[in-house]
Design a protein around this ligand. Structure first.
Ligand code: GLY
Length: 376
């Protein structure tokens, strides 16, 4: 049988694209060399935090940063997405409308954060400044030297492994086959058109192929795209850990300048994350864990006596220009959806929607379905 679409990669991007296409009535097959959400999607803390990601990790003016616009647009999809997945599969992705705290170290950091929120404007929601006794109540256990924190009400979090599992379950109920443990060896083309992929267990033919293989995308595309137009996506390791804190419950993500703490429903805190260019090395290292613990303890000193639950690592797929590659390629019927860097979970719904619109003809084919000038 020839499927309408073959998706390479069962991370949250590939699964979300497959879900959007299957819901249009297309026959879809997903191939995954490892297991569902076995790489970055399984490692992520699940923050849906476009403002803080832009303010802390992106250079330039946050007021015109397209990540903010797209991230907010995608964030708005999660309430109904999680509701639908819960209804369809019984799996709850544990979306928590927690808000996010952005503690600042001093007056300079406060002014910089305020200026960033001001540039973003009303889209940021009702940002509040909190200090003194209010801060002690809101963030019990926060280090004494911290003068205050901004509260960003729109930003929130969920559990990426549950979101992935729920999306995979929804796909299976629609008859989508997800083949795990099947590595794609190469793309099969006829002339300048893709017709399927070759795997160690044979050829899979399809009308169209979407490569959503995270940092493995470039290697798969290179033989057919050559150097021109090839998305350059590299792995950036993120080590992350889970603690059971000896603290009263904190509601909301705490997003510092070099570490974030995400209190989950079960009382655990996810603490992340390193950013390391070490190729495809997915090890957890002593130094990575030590660095995260030091930074987290600088925010919450009593974390020194937290129970250490576990540590793990994922490889973020980071595109050379720090912008996801979503859209058509120079090879007919070959599409790409990869390179979402620190924001794969956040941008999954909007990525799936835009690619779906391209594959169903609602949008003209283009190499940049997320249109970088969206915020202009
Ligand atoms: N989005 C958080 C991270 O990549 O660590």
């Amino acid at each position: 049988m020839i499927d309408d679409v073959l998706v390479v990669g069962a991370g949250i991007i590939g699964l979300s694209v497959a879900d959007a296409l299957a819901r249009e009535g297309m026959t879809v097959r997903v191939l995954e060399m490892d297991r569902v959400a076995g790489a970055a999607s399984g490692a992520a803390a699940g923050m849906l935090a476009p403002l803080s990601e832009a303010l802390v990790h992106e250079a330039g003016d946050p007021g015109t940063n397209p990540l903010v616009h797209l991230g907010l647009e995608s964030l708005a999809r999660f309430e109904s997405l999680c509701h639908r997945l819960r209804e369809e599969t019984g799996i709850d992705p544990e979306l928590v409308r927690s808000g996010l705290w952005r503690p600042v170290a001093d007056g300079r950091e406060r002014r910089a954060a305020q200026a960033g929120f001001d540039r973003i404007g009303p889209r940021a929601g009702a940002i509040e400044w909190c200090h003194g006794g209010d801060l002690e109540v809101a963030l019990p256990g926060l280090a004494r030297g911290i003068p205050g924190a901004f509260f960003s009400p729109l930003e929130c979090h969920l559990r990426p492994p549950l979101l992935s599992r729920a999306t995979a379950a929804a796909l299976r109920t629609r008859g989508v086959e997800i083949e795990e443990g099947v590595a794609v060896l190469r793309l099969r083309t006829e002339g300048r058109r893709v017709v399927g992929v070759e795997t160690h267990s044979g050829l899979r033919r399809a009308g169209r192929v979407v490569v959503a293989a995270g940092p493995w995308t470039t290697a798969l595309l290179e033989p057919v795209l050559g150097a021109d137009g090839l998305p350059r996506i590299e792995p950036v390791r993120g080590q992350i850990l889970a603690l059971q804190p000896p603290l009263p419950a904190v509601r909301g993500i705490v997003y510092g300048a070099d570490v974030y703490c995400v209190p989950k429903r079960d009382g655990s805190w996810i603490v992340g994350a390193t950013e390391e260019r070490v190729g495809f090395d997915r090890r957890v290292t002593a130094e990575g864990v030590a660095r995260l613990l030091d930074r987290a303890r600088a925010l919450f000193p009593s974390l020194a006596s937290a129970t250490f639950e576990r540590a793990w690592a994922g490889l973020r797929p980071v595109e050379a220009n720090r912008w996801p590659r979503v859209g058509a390629t120079d090879v007919e019927d070959l599409f790409v959806a990869a390179g979402h860097g620190r924001n794969g979970v956040l941008l999954a719904p909007i990525t799936a929607e835009r690619l779906r619109d391209m594959l169903t003809g609602k949008r003209p084919p283009s190499r940049d379905a997320l249109a970088r000038d969206a915020s202009a």
